[in-house]
Design a protein around this ligand. Structure first.
Ligand code: ARG
Length: 404
């Protein structure tokens, strides 16, 4: 009997990836190694999920805690880059896929598998991120995307196939949304949200309180940073993983962090997306305001452009790329003095910056002040303005308002 080929599958425990565990055995005659990553999603207990893959016939099933690695290697860089796709979305799904991909590739190498599989559809961004990451890490691995390949066109057909092949079918009525969540927030798509004029139903939100029901006093929070990395909340130092969990909690209970946007997918589709990212948005906003104190005007201008490019690259699945690494190198330099504290008031869904200080600030009180400690040499501005305006005066006389 010839040995079966092995395939490493990114397994979530949901209907799609459960059907895939069986489908790979039935349709591809392969042995399935199921990998379920803990990236801080709401589903905390991964043991039943791990067991479920075995029950459906996986030869190996592993649940891996990837949270610390996610925070240390991915989220610190996202914070340094103030990463917001199209200026809005903190990239929670885009950041987790390259991390999961790395583990899939590692497990493929450990088990001698030549194939890797995922449960993404052919319309989304996540297929692009998984496959681009896997190819960058090991171009020789073959990728299987069953959902793109099979002929199960509706949820009903999929459930029938599952029932016929002894794959457990969800008994409770599923939420009519597609949800992805991790430490960095939650993404909610599909269902009634597909009509862009429909108001997001109240039941889509789980990390954030309805803003009008949050405490009217709100809450003050002080975020401390060390070289661009958040290291304390209200004076209490903690590892980034704990700090993000804390930040999600504080911002979420104050109704802060909901987003509703029309987003441009990699595959050319505009889609309506709702997100709740209380911690991510709190930390990115705090970080931006500290950078304004610590970076020169020119560095800030350049960094704003690179921040956009970083977010675009990561959104498009280019985590393992030269451009992302190059911008990160720029950020290692820019972040070295981004050390200090930011005070923020969170109240009824709003975020208000109300104080910032840094160990090595570029703000000079004596230059800025209008009181008697002012050291700025006012008279010198005259000469500066003379030279500064010279070319514009020439232009004005020759072609501009002064010539008319
Ligand atoms: N649109 C977001 C992104 O591309 C969220 C994707 C969420 N994935 C999901 N399977 N629901 O990053």
């Amino acid at each position: 009997m010839s040995q079966k080929e092995k395939v490493v599958l990114a397994y979530s425990g949901g209907l799609d990836t459960s059907v895939i565990v069986k489908w790979l055995q039935v349709e591809k005659n392969m042995d399935v190694v199921a990998i379920c990553g803990n990236v801080g999603q709401d589903e905390r207990d991964l043991e039943p999920i791990r067991q479920k893959a075995l029950d459906i016939g996986a030869i190996v099933s592993e649940a891996m805690d990837m949270r610390e690695e996610y925070a240390a290697d991915f989220l610190t860089r996202a914070i340094a880059a103030n990463a917001l796709y199209e200026g809005v979305y903190p990239l929670l799904s885009a950041l987790s896929r390259p991390l999961i991909s790395k583990h899939l590739v590692d497990v493929a190498h450990e088990t001698g598998a030549l194939y890797v599989a995922h449960g993404c559809t052919g319309k989304g961004n996540d297929q692009v991120r998984f496959e681009t990451s896997i190819r960058a890490l090991d171009p020789d691995l073959q990728i299987i995307a069953p959902v793109r390949e099979w002929n199960l066109h509706s949820r009903e057909e999929e459930m029938e196939w599952a029932a016929a092949h002894d794959v457990p079918v969800p008994t409770t009525k599923d939420k009519p949304y597609s949800i992805d969540d991790n430490l960095w927030g939650r993404a909610i798509e599909c269902g009634v949200l597909e009509d862009t004029w429909n108001k997001p139903p109240d039941d889509i939100w789980t990390m954030t309180k309805e803003p009008s029901e949050a405490s009217h006093e709100g809450e003050e929070v002080i975020i401390g940073f060390t070289a661009g990395v958040p290291t304390s909340i209200n004076g209490q130092e903690m590892p980034l993983l704990d700090l993000i969990i804390h930040a999600n909690d504080i911002a979420g209970r104050n109704g802060y962090g909901r987003l509703d946007m029309i987003e441009d997918r990699v595959v050319g589709i505009k889609s309506r997306e709702c997100y709740e990212c209380p911690g991510a948005l709190l930390l990115i906003n705090a970080h931006k305001s500290l950078e304004m104190l610590c970076l020169s005007a020119e560095t800030l201008r350049e960094k704003q452009k690179l921040d956009i490019q970083w977010a675009d690259a990561v959104y498009r699945g280019l985590w393992y790329s030269q451009i992302r690494e190059a911008i990160d190198a720029f950020n290692v330099y820019t972040q070295q003095h981004v050390t200090g504290e930011v005070r923020i008031k969170l109240c009824c869904g709003g975020l208000f910056l109300d104080g910032v200080r840094a160990d090595r600030s570029l703000y000079d009180y004596n230059l800025a002040t209008y009181d008697e400690s002012d050291t700025f040499e006012h008279a010198k501005s005259e000469g500066f303005i003379y030279v500064h305006s010279l070319p514009h005066i020439t232009w004005s006389r020759s072609q501009g308002p002064g010539s008319r």
